[in-house]
Design a protein. Structure first.
Length: 311
């Protein structure tokens, strides 16, 4: 049990560029009924963190204006304290979790975080804390999107932005589920290694290339790159389309079912996800006080894998 009274956390004061991120001292949170407190060992930097910091979620009406905004969704660490009514975990146990509440003053860029037990899962022994921290947000987004598509083994799936974190997990999980995957991305060798049957370069004619490989079009598409109508045109009549990009929902032409996946924490789903043999990719690790630098590096693009903060 830890009797520390304060902790370090990185929060956004107002909205803007990386310069609004500040390292502050705040009270250590206490777990309530059905909650666990995690001593953070790794917290992943994701694109949603950048748009949160910039104020785009406020502009979209997804959260209220705040003077101080917590940043960070993913966490890997060790259970530090249990709230009442949590038999599922024990103090000292390695866990991963997802913080999916937007309107908070402290996120996972911190030394400690409290999560509902339903947002937490055991960390698989084969993964380090840094590797495991890249799994919750991106992996759950991929699995929940594939569940929403509901394709059957043997059917065909297009994944756009497949070299990204969500896209990469989606390709690999879909292939493990028996789907035949067309992956759009820049690294054909990598995409083939994780299960893509066909690959399409980012600068190629997506519609022509997909329909050349899969005459009539794919049964479904998962659009992680925000291509909208371009990706929809690669889907066969009465097929299925799911996007994870805000504002990327195309008009449901040709009887195609169009849906948007909004991520939600799911400890049981995360536990199942962690049991899969998935390829995690870490671009670099940085200390917590280098969060602004991490945001700048992510915004610059060109990374292979995720940046991970170490408190």
């Amino acid at each position: 049990m830890n009797d520390v009274q304060t902790m370090r956390a990185v929060v956004a004061h107002g909205y803007g560029g990386p310069e609004v991120l500040r390292l502050v001292e705040v009270p250590v949170p206490e777990p309530g009924v059905g909650q666990v407190r995690i001593r953070v060992r790794a917290a992943t930097v994701n694109p949603v963190d950048l748009v949160t910091r910039a104020g785009a979620l406020v502009e979209a009406g997804l959260m209220a204006v705040r003077e101080v905004t917590g940043i960070g969704w993913d966490v890997a660490g060790v259970v530090d304290r249990l709230g009442p009514g949590v038999p599922e975990f024990s103090e000292g146990q390695r866990v991963i979790g997802l913080r999916d509440l937007l309107d908070v003053s402290v996120g996972t860029y911190a030394e400690y975080v409290v999560l509902d037990v339903g947002a937490v899962a055991p960390t698989p022994s084969r993964l380090s804390d840094v590797e495991a921290a890249t799994l919750p947000l991106n992996g759950l987004t991929a699995t929940q999107s594939l569940d929403l598509l509901g394709l059957a083994p043997g059917e065909t799936l297009l994944v756009t932005g497949a070299n990204g974190a969500v896209g990469g997990f989606a390709v690999e999980i879909a292939a493990q589920q028996g789907l035949r995957v067309v992956a759009q991305g820049s690294d054909a060798e990598f995409l083939g290694s994780i299960g893509a049957e066909w690959t399409v370069a980012r600068d190629a004619d997506l519609i022509a290339e997909v329909r050349r490989s899969v005459p009539g079009g794919v049964h479904g598409a998962l659009d992680t790159a925000g291509l909208g109508g371009r990706a929809l045109a690669a889907v066969r009549n009465r097929g299925r389309f799911v996007t994870v990009v805000g504002g990327g929902d195309p008009i449901p032409l040709r009887g195609i079912t169009v849906q948007h996946e909004w991520i939600h924490a799911d400890g049981a789903g995360l536990a199942r996800l962690a049991e899969r043999e998935l390829t995690t990719r870490v671009a670099a690790t940085l200390p917590l006080d280098a969060a602004a630098q991490a945001h700048s590096r992510l915004a610059a693009g060109g990374l292979t894998g995720r940046l991970v903060l170490i408190p």
